[in-house]
Design a protein around this ligand. Structure first.
Ligand code: ARG
Length: 460
């Protein structure tokens, strides 16, 4: 008989390559805490239902708790020979308390055990991610509050389009992150389902009490179907998908920041604490974190596509392919938490060059829409007004002057409806201030958005 925990029906030992290739202990030891939590709840339930005797429950519980202590102290040694975290911990428990350890696996399979550990792992990280998103949102809101009147160019096609308030831009990201927050909150609903008790795939003949275990582990509910319980990884896919969307948002912001710190824009300066130097060019201050967060976005997408692909051909119920579900999620957690923290710190310490932002709205034609609107409000059909202003812009480009530098006589030659008050409206900050349609960049509208954002943050 093979020495394996499941070796009864095997005559020969497994090939070493198979052991190495099949082992997951190298990464699933990250769920050791969750595995012990699950086992403690399971054995308590076995006692509660009378499936195990009280003294057996006590021996097993004491053994598991001592493993918990040793884990905290970093004293547990795992081995590839024991394949995964579940069998490693069972082997260690057997070393500590003897054959009674074997009773822990009553009415349980590694299939519902691993699914439970994985649910617990994600369930325990979601609040950390939610808190980190909120911190970043609070930072964005503060920046918005401080920059209502900071005027900058707004872009479409990366071309100066219309001047906006910098706060409008910060609030745009605040809103994206709010949707991320809500997606992660919803993710909790599908993560908060307990698979334990589904056993290998079909349930068990033992009179277990799944609701009891769920309460012990603070799960909202149990999976209603055993086949689904052991083979569902939707909660992990939702997690990876939510992380991908969140990273996409941050990556877009990174793209803007990398432009804004360039010499050509010079809109912001990142703190020394969040930038790096060059080994050859002494003058360099590189926005490495901005680039790395943008870069790591691809890695997170990869994990989502990887798991989707792993899942797509799987017949019910458990298949060993499912062992591939974990590393991408672990790596995503390892990526997303520092990303959120670094992003927050980077924004909190960033210096904003307000003058430079404003100056770049004065040397362009981003007030052209103002002039067209001015004419339209005097009764000129907008399409016609657009044409008149277009011709003035053309003239300006030829003569290297912008609209506000043209004399009243020149403007009136284009349309006699233009009067002296036009110069007021052509100022970038006036153009911004007046855009108070709901959700617009006008100062009043931004104030409303800020109040709404404050309420949103206070609610959760
Ligand atoms: N290490 C395995 C995994 O991560 C645990 C479940 C193994 N179950 C089995 N029937 N081989 O999926």
């Amino acid at each position: 008989m093979s020495k394996k925990l499941w070796g009864g029906r095997f005559q020969a030992e497994t090939n070493q390559l198979v052991d190495d290739f099949g082992a997951s202990i190298g990464f699933d030891q990250l769920m050791a805490e969750e595995d012990l939590m699950g086992s403690l709840a399971h054995v308590k339930m076995l006692g509660h239902t009378g499936i195990l005797k009280q003294d057996e429950v006590e021996q097993i519980t004491t053994g598991l708790k001592s493993l918990q202590d040793e884990l905290k102290e970093g004293k547990l040694q795992f081995s590839t020979a024991n394949e995964d975290i579940h069998m490693n911990l069972e082997a260690l428990l057997t070393e500590r308390i003897g054959p009674v350890a074997g009773k822990l696996h009553t009415a349980r399979s590694r299939n519902d055990q691993v699914a439970t550990d994985f649910h617990l792992y994600v369930k325990r990280r979601l609040p950390q991610i939610l808190a980190a998103i909120k911190e970043l949102q609070a930072t964005l809101l503060k920046l918005a509050e401080k920059n209502v009147k900071t005027v900058m160019p707004g872009y479409t096609h990366l071309q100066h389009a219309q001047p906006i308030s910098l706060a409008q831009s910060f609030l745009a990201y605040f809103n994206m992150l709010q949707r991320d927050y809500e997606r992660f909150e919803f993710n909790q609903k599908h993560t908060d389902l307990l698979p334990l008790g589904a056993a290998a795939l079909a349930g068990t003949t033992f009179p277990i009490d799944r609701e009891y275990t769920a309460q012990e582990l603070e799960f909202d509910a149990v999976y209603p179907n055993s086949l689904d319980a052991v083979s569902d990884r939707d909660f992990a896919l939702e997690f990876l998908s939510n992380c991908s969307i969140l990273m996409m948002h941050l990556s877009r912001f990174c793209e803007e920041l990398s432009l804004w710190v360039s010499q050509e824009f010079n809109f912001v300066e990142l703190s020394d604490a969040y930038t790096t130097g060059s080994s050859i060019m002494p003058q360099k201050k590189n926005p490495d974190m901005v680039e790395l967060i943008r870069g790591k976005t691809g890695r997170v997408y990869g994990h989502l596509i990887g798991l989707l692909t792993t899942m797509k051909g799987l017949p019910l119920a458990y298949n060993k392919d499912l062992q591939e579900d974990k590393e991408g999620v672990f790596d995503t957690v390892k990526t997303i938490l520092p990303t959120l923290k670094i992003f927050t710190g980077m924004l909190q310490t960033m210096k904003i060059n307000k003058e430079q932002m404003y100056a770049s709205t004065e040397n362009d034609y981003s007030n052209a829409t103002e002039l067209a609107d001015y004419l339209a409000s005097k009764g000129v059909p907008f399409r016609e007004a657009h044409g008149i202003v277009g011709q003035l812009v053309f003239k300006g480009i030829q003569e290297h002057r912008n609209l506000q530098e043209m004399s009243l006589a020149e403007l009136q030659a284009a349309s006699p409806l233009i009067e002296n008050d036009v110069y007021h409206e052509l100022q970038p900050e006036v153009a911004v201030e007046r855009r108070n349609s709901l959700g617009g960049t006008g100062f009043k509208s931004i104030q409303q958005q800020i109040e709404q954002a404050q309420q949103t943050l206070a609610q959760e």
